[in-house]
Design a protein around this ligand. Sequence first.
Ligand code: NAP
Length: 228
Amino acid sequence: MADRTERPHVLMMSEITADGKLTLRKGASSKILMKYMAHETEILLHKTRAAYDAIMVGANTIRIDNSFLTVRLVPGKSPLRVIPCSLADIPLSSNVLGPDAPTLIAVSEKAPDEKVAAIRAKGASVAVAGKEHVELPLLMKILKEKYKVNKLMIEGGPTLNWHMLHHQLVDEIRLIHLPFIVGGSDTPSLVGGMHINSEDEMIRLQLKNHYLCGMNLVSEYDVLYHQE
Ligand SMILES: NC(=O)c1ccc[n+]([C@@H]2O[C@H](COP(=O)([O-])OP(=O)(O)OC[C@H]3O[C@@H](n4cnc5c(N)ncnc54)[C@H](OP(=O)(O)O)[C@@H]3O)[C@@H](O)[C@H]2O)c1
């Protein structure tokens, strides 16, 4: 496991339906589901953002949801927005490239120079963190050492969530449970990636808190991985 002192403390936070889904169907924006969050829960989400140094979502979430990732509903500073995007190919019109908060796009050495230059021209920073793809353990080290990020929250999607867990980079999980079932075998759920082959590979969580926030159940876990 990567040395925890060399990386930020990481919270994974997500809204999920009763059947563990993050959206209505593959390719749909999670903003449709987020409309059904209790106002108190939206406040919780924004308060959490304000308490963290940085917030990270995957490049596909930016392509589909076009998130702002800012603090809007409570007073407080918006965190650094971090997007891993190996080939620097998120749309230049993305809201995260707007002026509302600082943004760091993490790319690989394969990212074309002109795309990197276009992102920089929008005012965002670019960090190279990997040869072919963004290597998340390296990105964590860069965030901690160069950008002084001690607390990072990640807000999905399932591909990023899986890679972060696979590299044992997540310390805590906070789930906002939405009282819906959407179904769909290919509808994105909390964690994507590869299936596991045996129960030895299950990632163990320890429930540490649960409470109602407005009408939404919130559950909080520590991540124990499998060897603890
Ligand atoms: N309910 C919620 O809380 C919530 C939150 C967020 C998202 N969502 C939903 O999730 C869906 C998108 O999820 P997704 O799984 O398709 O994509 P994602 O996890 O948002 O993004 C994955 C992409 O990030 C880039 N990336 C670069 N380096 C990576 C690395 N080391 N590990 C992982 N990803 C890396 C890759 O794109 P490149 O190949 O371009 O580098 C990869 O395809 C959307 O439908 C969105 O609405 C829901």
